[in-house]
Write a protein that binds this ligand. Structure first.
Ligand code: ADP
Ligand code: MG
Length: 242
């Protein structure tokens, strides 16, 4: 479980997040929806301890990690896989090397175990046969699946997605969303999905928090969005429907 308690974040005099409280439950898919620049990626970084809040607390499984050092954060980060918006793959490494790199660097696992885990992820992500390809030779959707495999290879209990479908065509987007749904269904993995795309939310989220002007203005099941009278939500809904 990840909890933000009264988290505020300022850059200089600019307030990005203002008194955010959020709970991310295990085994559930939580979406955080909001327009570009609202602070969605910032929230992911706070959850991983990559940045510290100006005030408030971040808890992971009940442990206050707000002031944890890098060394203290290491076991915490192993619980949380991260899939960056741009995937952050290494261009000069093959798919297999990309998937195993951080695992090999960070955990002292026998080579056979590393190979088994790579195989498991290649299969899960539908990437068998592409082991020795370089990222640039794959489609955007396949690169995203490599990034997902690289996060899952640590066997995290939670996975954080920063805009998982941004820049993907509709068919690739659907495949990624299906994969996220399978993660929850088949291995009981919880997920956080930050996105500005409403259809992502309806496709996979158990609940959704809407972030607007630094605050959470809605936090409920996706269907309830249609009952909201908040002007940002009503205009967001009408703009994204066609
Ligand atoms: P989103 O992911 O919702 O598009 P971000 O979390 O990336 O938004 O950024 C939220 C706001 O914080 C943006 O206005 C951005 O310019 C600002 N911001 C992000 N990182 C920094 C930083 N290191 N220093 C100053 N401002 C930043
Ligand atoms: Mg972002």
């Amino acid at each position: 479980m990840i909890e933000l308690r009264h988290v505020s974040l300022r850059y200089g005099t600019r307030e990005i997040l203002n008194d955010i409280s959020l709970t991310i439950e295990d085994k559930k898919v939580k979406a955080i929806l909001g327009p570009s620049g609202v602070g969605k990626s910032t929230i992911i970084k706070l959850m991983l301890g990559l940045i510290k809040p100006t005030s408030g607390q971040v808890l992971v499984d009940g442990v206050d990690i707000t002031h944890f050092s890098e060394v203290e954060l290491f076991p915490i980060r192993q619980k949380m896989g991260i899939v960056f918006q741009g995937n952050a793959l290494f261009d000069s490494m093959t798919i297999t090397e990309n998937m195993s790199f951080f695992l090999r660097e960070n955990l002292n696992l026998p080579e056979a175990e590393i190979e088994a885990r790579v195989k498991e992820q290649m299969k899960f992500a539908g990437l068998e046969g592409f082991e020795n390809y370089l990222p640039d030779s794959l489609s955007g959707g396949m690169r995203k699946r490599v990034a997902i495999g690289r996060a899952l290879i640590f066997h995290p209990k939670m996975i954080l997605f920063d805009e998982p479908t941004a820049g993907l065509d509709p068919v690739s987007s659907k495949k990624i969303l299906d994969l996220i749904a399978r993660l929850q269904r088949e291995i009981g993995l919880g997920a956080v999905i930050v996105t500005h795309i409403l259809s992502d939310v309806f496709a996979v989220a158990d609940s959704v928090a809407v972030l607007y002007q630094g605050r959470i203005i809605f936090n409920d099941v996706p269907q309830k969005l249609y009952e909201s009278t908040h002007s940002f939500i009503t205009s967001f809904l009408s703009n994204q429907e066609d």
